[in-house]
Design a protein around this ligand. Sequence first.
Ligand code: SF4
Ligand code: SF4
Length: 111
Amino acid sequence: MTKQALLFNYEYCSGCKSCEIACRNHLNLGLGEWGIKVTEVAPFEIAPSKMEWIYQPVPTRLCDLCEDRVEEGRKPACVHNCLAFCIEYGAIEDMVARAAELGSRVSLFLP
Ligand code: SF4
Ligand code: SF4
C-alpha cells in the first residue's frame, strides 16, 4: 500500500481545536492526552502595525493516521472535523506535490 501522509495548510488554521477533540475521541484518549496538538505562536509585532499570530496543528507519536477509519473508506477524524479545510490526507507523493503548490505555511506529517 502507498504510504500516506497528512498535510497542514496552517495559513487558514483558526486555532479552534476541533481536530484535537476529534482525534482524542478517535484514539479514545483522556483529557490532557493528544494525538494532535494545536500550537500557538503568540501574537507579536513583525513590522510597524503588522502582527504575526500563528496556529499550527502538530500530530504526536500517538497518531495512527486513523487507519481504521480509512479502511472503512472514511477520512481521518481531524481532516473530517476541520471546518477550515486546512488538513489534507493522501499518498505522500501527492501531499508533497500539494505542499509545493500551496507554498508557505504548510507542514507535512510523514509517520
Ligand atoms: S480543526 Fe482545523 S482550524 Fe481548527 S485548530 Fe484544527 S487545524 Fe486549525
Ligand atoms: S490522522 Fe487520526 S490519529 Fe492522526 S492526528 Fe488526525 S485524527 Fe489523530
